[in-house]
Write a protein that binds this ligand. Structure first.
Ligand code: ZN
Length: 252
């Protein structure tokens, strides 16, 4: 007999399974990523409570041989307020896509759950410039993955970057203008836009600067590439997030 479980979860995706049933992809506090088969739910009132990014308490029978859990009950804990903020919604979707790609153990799940809840709450509270909040979130993700990225610091001298500053694609590391001269192969470094440098140095405290910074298309493209390369350098796979393309469009 499979164990009956109860867990808080953020709903990621709703997939149509049959005329009456759905599969719910969610990230649960204790269980991590789960796929829940909600039998007959499309004909029940509680089906109307389902919407991505909301928080629920789900009761379900744990996964057996198949990955699919059987949902028995659900209650809505918190409705997200992002559906009218497309930019913030896209930034939230970046996180759900990322979580769907990470391989996390059950012991790690509660900490990742809290990180996600805090991120979604923050996106709800703030207006605009959601990409800055996304990058701040990515810094936390990298730290939790054990591959911290020190933004805005020269890799060689350790000083805070000022413009002009450069970055190396392969290792996603940054160099100040002074240290570029002593770099082994300067052709591997590309110049960061002044706005990208400013954002990188402020990123750990970005909440204080959300209204001052206006990321332009060039900076957004550079920083997305820098973070993506950092991920690639450590995990040997691309950080492939469809929603990031949508988010970028707000800055082009
Ligand atoms: Zn330096």
């Amino acid at each position: 007999m499979k164990k009956r479980l109860k867990d808080d979860a953020i709903l990621f995706r709703i997939i149509q399974y049959s005329d009456s049933s759905l599969i719910l992809k969610a990230f649960a506090r204790q269980q991590g990523l789960v796929s829940l088969l909600a039998k007959g739910i499309r004909k029940k009132a509680e089906g109307s409570l389902l919407s991505p990014l909301n928080s629920y308490e789900f009761s379900f029978y744990g996964p057996g041989e198949s990955e699919l859990c059987l949902l028995t009950e659900l209650s809505l804990l918190k409705e997200n307020k992002l559906s009218h903020k497309i930019e913030a919604w896209s930034a939230a979707q970046c996180a759900t896509e990322l979580y769907s790609q990470l391989f996390l153990t059950m012991e790690e799940s509660p900490a990742w759950f809290v990180l996600l809840v805090e991120y979604l709450d923050y996106l709800e509270k703030t207006e605009g410039r959601a990409i800055l909040i996304w990058w701040r979130f990515l810094l936390r993700v990298f730290k939790m993955l054990g591959t911290p990225l020190e933004p805005g610091i020269c890799r060689l001298c350790g000083k805070a970057l000022t413009s002009p500053a450069f970055w190396e694609r392969a290792g996603a590391s940054s160099l100040c203008g002074e240290c570029l001269g002593s770099a082994y192969d300067t052709s591997r470094y590309a110049r960061l836009s002044p706005m990208a440098v400013r954002i990188l140095t402020l990123l750990p405290r970005i909440g204080l600067y959300l209204n001052e910074l206006n990321p332009d298309g060039e900076s957004v493209a550079q920083l997305n590439e820098l973070f993506s390369q950092h991920y690639q350098a450590h995990f040997h796979k691309a950080l492939n997030l469809k929603s990031l393309g949508v988010l970028e469009q707000f800055y082009s």
